[in-house]
Design a protein around this ligand. Structure first.
Ligand SMILES: Nc1ncnc2c1ncn2[C@@H]1O[C@H](COP(=O)(O)OP(=O)(O)OP(=O)(O)O)[C@@H](O)[C@H]1O
Length: 646
């Protein structure tokens, strides 16, 4: 029996190539193809085995064995499982590969299998492809969990109870009792619940590397669903922009400030009334003003009490108009005026709402400049970002044949997060016109000023120049050697130290790359924010169309819009979107519903909605596709009528 099953399981497609005889008694061995198929195709083609069972008369044991194996009295074979390795009893046909396999004692259905007598006579050797005997896994849980009446026995599965006792089904499946799954349920103490575990279920240990998001969740959203917030720019960005917009629109009630020839609505931007003349040689004031020429906002810097002695001085501003750089506050114009009651020089620059100077940002209020050291340490990354931005500004300025001349913390504006711009550029060119300092020296001085600026910022002390050794020691201790070297190099004014912007750029290459990458990320972020508002613009346009169409007085007696007209459903759609009420008749104010409806209308999808007339007597089933068509047609009619005119 076992031999016949093994042979047939070897190939069910047809007679096998007769295996090559192994051993010298091939002629005395009945060909296996005869045993299986009744004949051998290779009988006359060189098969060395015996093809005539009659000739084997003298070998009773083999014939008997054959008869025993294949006669009508043979017991029915009932496979104990679907396992294709079979529930084989010990057989002489064991393959050489399986010779070392552990002896197998079938369980479960073993009682129905009759093990034939083992013939010690040689039988055809197992072919090469013969599968080794693998002990069959007989799931016992099902059997043991079945009561005599076929009802399931209760499985006392308790996830909090772990057992160290071997569990029958697992023990059967595991070669070593020691490999018991400690997370498997304890079936030894079966007791009273209705839970039935599927047969042969093998509980895996928990997957500790898989994490699920923890609740509580605001809503159960599907992948394609969005919250209302997803349709608007982030709160922080919106707030920042709105605050800037508010600052731009700020007016000074009862202002005593004069109106200039081309500027009105002046609002002072200085945070303090105390003005020193140390930077420009004149006290300076900054105002926000509206241009009556182009309606835009500008920042006006007024130098109080300045007398223009040379016409050419003010013309030096022309060169600054050509400097167009993201890290420089653009200078537009300069003029003198007497409207303030004195002789003033006014510079017109771009206005950057809510900007602060680096001095205000890092050193606090101007009173704090009296030598008090602020607590906050400026991170190195920020300092590198400043260096890169100032280097970029200087590149543009020097490239135009100019020098910044003023890299002071109070004259560098922080216009948004970590974004700085050199301010008050060109002022000294006018005020100190006629000084005979060569431009190359002024440009070299820019680098030294950058070094002094970094010294103040890094040591967090505006008066760091007076305590230079201490400040340098602080920088060496608190920042990387690269930054320290950069600051030392910039501060070194010895003539044998060649210094120019190109050398600075060479040292900053990797920092420029990092800054460029940051700005790309920021631009991605802004693009995605913009994208959200883009959706809103689309929805707004759709709403504008709907409002153009709905409730027009001239449609009041139009049959198309009456209850029998083909545009009546547009009216009802407006109620469906905006005027829904809940079960108690209270207004349902659901922004998400409005957005969903308008988005679907804009897309013109096939989804159908039911529109109910206000008297609840009529109901329309209409798709968004039809609605969209209706809206477009109505809007086009309006446009045509508008073009025709009255
Ligand atoms: N172009 C501008 N756009 C917007 N705000 C500006 C502009 N220029 C300057 N400001 C703001 O005006 C205020 C005064 O600037 P200012 O350059 O006078 O600095 P300060 O600290 O008052 O220095 P000083 O003592 O030399 O006058 C600062 O808060 C600054 O942010």
């Amino acid at each position: 029996m076992a031999a016949s099953i093994r042979a047939s399981s070897g190939d069910s497609r047809g007679p096998q190539h007769s295996p090559r005889p192994k051993g010298r008694d091939a002629k005395d061995t009945l060909c296996r193809n005869v045993t299986i198929y009744g004949h051998c195709r290779y009988e006359d083609k060189g098969c060395a085995f015996n093809h005539d069972p009659a000739k084997l008369q003298g070998m009773p044991s083999q014939v008997d064995s054959l008869k025993r194996r294949l006669n009508v009295e043979s017991p029915t074979f009932t496979p104990s499982s679907l396992a294709n390795n079979g529930g084989f009893a010990k057989s002489t046909t064991i393959s050489p590969k399986a010779a070392s396999a552990a002896p197998f004692t079938p369980k479960g259905a073993a009682a129905s299998i009759i093990t034939p007598t083992i013939n010690p006579e040689p039988v055809p050797a197992a072919p090469e492809w013969s599968v080794p005997d693998i002990p069959e896994f007989v799931p016992q849980s099902y059997d043991t969990m079945q009561m005599g009446d076929g009802k399931a026995v209760v499985n006392p599965y308790d996830p909090f109870v772990t057992s160290t006792t071997p569990i029958p089904e697992i023990a059967a499946a595991t070669p070593h009792p020691a490999q018991i799954n400690p997370y498997a349920p304890d079936v030894a103490n079966m007791g009273g619940t209705a839970f039935f575990q599927a047969p042969a279920t093998f509980t895996q240990p928990l997957q500790y590397h898989l994490y699920a998001p923890l609740g509580p969740h605001r809503e159960n959203l599907l992948a394609y669903q969005r919250t209302a917030h997803d349709f608007f720019i982030s709160d922080n960005l919106r707030e920042e922009l709105q605050r800037k917009s508010e600052a731009s629109h700020q007016l000074l009630p009862n202002s005593t400030l004069p109106q200039l020839e081309h500027f009105h609505s002046l609002v002072p931007l200085d945070t303090t009334n105390q003005k020193s003349a140390t930077i420009f040689g004149y006290p300076s004031w900054v105002y926000k003003a509206n241009s009556s020429k182009d309606g835009n906002l500008y920042a006006l810097r007024r130098l109080e009490g300045y007398r223009l002695t040379n016409e050419k001085a003010i013309r030096s501003v022309q060169a600054w108009k050509r400097v167009n750089n993201g890290n420089v506050v653009t200078l537009h114009d300069a003029f003198t005026t007497r409207v303030f009651g004195d002789s003033s020089l006014v510079f017109v620059t771009d206005y950057h709402p809510l900007s602060k100077t680096l001095a205000e940002h890092h050193f606090g209020s101007p009173q704090r400049f009296q030598g008090r050291v602020a607590a906050a340490h400026v991170p190195e990354q920020i300092l590198w970002s400043y260096i890169v931005q100032i280097a970029n500004a200087l590149k543009a300025i020097h490239g135009t044949g100019l020098a910044a001349r003023l890299l002071d913390p109070s004259k560098i504006l922080l216009t948004s997060k970590n974004r700085i711009r050199l301010n008050a550029c060109g002022v000294l060119d006018v005020v100190q016109f006629g000084s005979q300092v060569p431009i190359q020296d002024l440009q070299r001085e820019d680098l030294a000023q950058l070094g002094r600026l970094l010294l103040c910022l890094a040591s967090n002390n505006p008066a760091a120049l007076h305590t230079m050794p201490k400040a340098l020691e602080y920088i060496s201790r608190s920042y990387s050697p690269t930054l320290k070297d950069c600051v030392f190099w910039l501060l070194d004014t010895s003539p044998n130290q060649p210094k120019d912007l190109d050398r600075l750029f060479n040292g900053l290459t990797s920092k420029f790359v990092a800054a460029y990458d940051n700005s790309l990320h920021f631009s991605d972020h802004l693009t995605s924010e913009l994208n959200r508002e883009l959706e809103n613009a689309r929805i707004l346009r759709l709403m504008m169309k709907l409002n153009f169409i709905n409730e027009r007085p001239e449609f009041e007696h139009d049959r198309q819009w009456s209850e029998t007209g083909d545009r009546y459903y547009l009216k009802l759609f407006r109620d469906y979107v905006f005027h829904q009420v809940d079960a108690q008749g209270n207004p349902a104010v659901d922004l998400a519903h409005v957005l969903a409806c308008l988005n679907k209308l804009d897309a013109g999808i096939d989804e159908k909605i039911s529109l109910i007339s206000r008297d609840e007597q009529n109901c329309f089933i209409v798709s968004y596709k039809e609605l969209k068509r209706g809206v477009e047609a109505a809007f086009q009619d309006l446009l045509k009528a508008g073009r025709r005119g009255p």
